[in-house]
Design a protein around this ligand. Sequence first.
Ligand code: 3HC
Length: 289
Amino acid sequence: MADTVKKIGVVGAGQMGGGIAQVAAMAGIEVVVHDAFPGAIDKCKGLHSKLLARAVEKQKITQADMDGALKRISYTESLDGFKGVDWVVEAIVEDAKVKHDLFQKLATMLPDEKVVLATNTSSISITQIAAAAGDAAHRIVGMHFFNPVPVMQLVEVIRGMQTSDNVVDRTVALAERMGKTPLKANDRPGFVSNRVLMPLINEAFHALMEGVAEPEAIDGIMKLGCNHPMGPLRLADFIGLDTCVHIMNVLHEGLGNPKYAPCPLLKQYVAAGRLGDKSGAGVYDYSKK
Ligand code: 3HC
């Protein structure tokens, strides 16, 4: 299926939203990034310039590519700036209520049947978000990117119970146009990626808690023995330990099996405010970096 998307609205100027906007702009698509916090927009703008300049330095892209991409990205503090978009990707906080309210608003603001409303959620039910969008439920789809977005190849395309075939096909086409490899999954807790990844990370915390090995050894064994680019504890810090606990809770509640309960040590790190890279420390200390 040919993809005809001309302008994408990205909600959320954080790491994921910023990455999605950058990749879309590099694919020749106009993008408007919305965030209610001016500080987040400034940070996102700075990161776009910095990451693209680094790619020019490394001769991965030309100066003209960079200038073109930056020209295609605009930023807005108000959702009114989304007038004329024909696709939305939401990448805000992982809070079901906040997402439901946003999608209700987007469905009313953008009533055109052709406008797809995608969510980058890592764990919240697409079917429930769609239910909050009322008549627009068939236009809601999961478009799950991975961090760092410019580097990671996958887009997990998640079909909610009400998502139309046409919307799934168009999501696959758009992800391909963005240079990614889309793979489809159904709307079950954690989809495929986090259903498989998070129990691995959780088990690494159990191994650490039981003193099976030091953190560096647990990570080194998985890196060198299984060819993972990062060990599971380092990856947990990179993702955010609070996010890991949140996703384990979604798996635990949604699948009802005690094997998905978050490891007590993982929860303890979060209780101590050691959330990983973003707080300066998690399993490892990043304060000197
Ligand atoms: N943005 C853009 N580019 C970045 C980047 C970022 N934040 N971080 C690294 N890169 C680029 C570098 O510029 C470099 O590019 P080059 O090859 O063109 O020079 C390339 O990535 C490799 O970077 P480095 O040499 O600095 O470091 P590494 O080789 O150690 O790679 C990594 C870093 C790509 C992050 C690698 O360690 C990796 O792939 N880790 C696993 C990441 C992963 O599993 N992500 C998924 C997390 S789960 C998720 O997102 C889902 C959610 O639902 C939880």
